[in-house]
Write a protein that binds this ligand. Structure first.
Ligand code: 5GP
Length: 180
């Protein structure tokens, strides 16, 4: 697809904010750190669908330690706990007991989703769990999260592209776009 500086997704207009080239370079840097940190280990990457599918595909091809990948999803059911609204983790069909796990997420906003996911996955007694996110909005974080791997910190704006959607659309761009 030809690169466009401005795109329309449904009723909203977005302007390019992170180029494909910048994204790829950020991913390579994070992957280098993961390769170093996990030398001699066999991590399981757990990619959170749907938003992380492109990021996970690009990240995995930069990883050179032996690894597995599996995909999890968050249910559309919305419950509440002490920190706010949460969704349940579904689709974990791999045994993570005693294994080093890396969660691959597209974007962390308030961090509530990730905090809940960590709580759920820790019940399976993995050897360790680290978070790898493509994007982080630091000003929105509501919980204390140890985010070991973050490709890019962004302001508190709504973004689409490179796997991230607006109402189901807009995932199929090579660059990331910000709502204007
Ligand atoms: P959190 O629990 O951290 O507040 O929410 C994280 C989830 O909110 C992400 O996995 C993503 O689905 C959605 N989200 C938060 N900010 C954005 C954004 O700027 N763009 C898109 N497309 N989704 C977002």
């Amino acid at each position: 697809m030809k690169r466009r500086r401005i795109i329309k997704v449904k009723d909203k207009t977005f302007a390019i904010s992170i180029s494909e080239r910048a994204i790829k370079s950020q991913i390579r840097h994070v992957a280098e750190r993961i390769n170093r940190d996990y030398e001699g280990k066999e991590p399981i990457f757990l990619a959170v669908l749907n938003g992380s599918f492109i990021f996970a595909a690009d990240l995995l091809r930069e990883i050179d330690v032996p690894c597995e990948i599996s995909f999890i999803k968050l249910s559309s059911y919305v419950g509440t706990n002490t920190t706010g609204k949460v969704r349940e983790v579904i689709g974990l069909n791999i045994d993570i007991t005693g294994r080093p796990v890396i969660i691959v997420e597209d974007i962390i906003d308030t961090g509530l989703t990730m905090a809940h996911m960590l709580e759920t996955l820790k019940q399976q007694n993995p050897e360790s769990i680290n978070i790898c996110t493509l994007l982080l909005k630091p000003s929105k974080l509501k919980v204390d999260l140890d985010i070991r791997y973050c490709c890019n910190q962004i302001p508190d704006d709504f973004v689409v592209g490179y796997g991230l959607d607006y109402d189901g659309f807009g995932r199929n761009t090579k660059d990331i776009y910000t709502l204007i």
